[in-house]
Design a protein around this ligand. Structure first.
Ligand SMILES: [Zn+2]
Length: 234
């Protein structure tokens, strides 16, 4: 193999690694975001079930006050009932008292329903709290892993990039320019093997002249279809 080809293949290997590490670097914030979203959604859910419990409590207090108002009214009517001497007024007050008692019964029924709902909501909150704290623990653990991994990738990238600079410096300038242009335009594949006269970059058959030049391993040969640099693969 031509020494230049060997140099370029090592360079290409480093470029491939750099590209992969940069891609991995991009996934870290996305993974973090997904975990954050999951946690936020659990916290929002918890807030909403807690709010529901508060609403039930407010409603229950309201009914309690309502019942008290009716009780006060009944007490007032009862006092009036014993003072009156008029039959029709007595009858009217008795009727009002009876109606008030019915109202209290219906308010108390609604209070019971709300107390039952409050009990159920307590269980819902407890389940939601459990879920949220599990998700928070998972979030802490996984984001720590992500941060650690990101740090390792940055360190590794730094090393490989430094190595790449040295390797690139050793390549003759014109060839390096050609390589750099190809690596950018050919999706990271600048130097490819020639197998049975077929360029493994574009999968086209090259001319016999190109093939024999490549086989002789004396000069840098390009695929006439895709312009990639070719090397002979036995
Ligand atoms: Zn080609």
């Amino acid at each position: 193999m031509l020494p230049e080809i060997e140099q370029l293949l090592i360079l290409q290997d480093r470029d491939r690694k750099i590209r992969l590490l940069r891609q991995e670097q991009k996934t870290a914030p996305l993974e973090r975001k997904a975990l954050e979203d999951k946690l936020t959604s659990a916290q929002t859910q918890l807030e909403s079930v807690r709010l529901k419990a508060k609403e039930i409590e407010v409603e229950r207090k309201k009914l309690e006050n309502e019942a008290q108002t009716v009780r006060d009214r009944i007490a007032k009517y009862q006092a009036q009932k014993f003072q009156t001497r008029k039959n029709d007024e007595f009858a009217a007050l008795s009727h009002e008292i009876e109606r008030g008692e019915k109202d209290i019964q219906s308010i108390e029924d609604r209070e019971l329903d709300l107390m039952e709902a409050a009990e159920k909501q307590k269980a819902v909150i407890s389940e939601s709290e459990k879920q949220t704290s599990a998700i928070k623990a998972q979030f802490d653990r996984q984001t720590a892993d992500i941060d650690e991994k990101a740090k390792a990738i940055t360190a590794q990238l730094g090393e490989i990039e430094a190595d790449r600079v040295k390797l690139a410096e050793a390549v003759e300038e014109d060839l390096r320019d050609t390589y750099d242009r190809l690596i950018r335009s050919k999706n990271g594949e600048a130097v490819v093997g020639l197998q049975h006269d077929v360029c493994s970059g574009c999968h086209m058959k090259v001319t016999p002249t190109t093939s024999s030049k490549c086989r002789s391993r004396k000069e840098i040969v390009h695929c006439e279809n895709c312009a990639r640099i070719l090397y002979w693969e036995d």
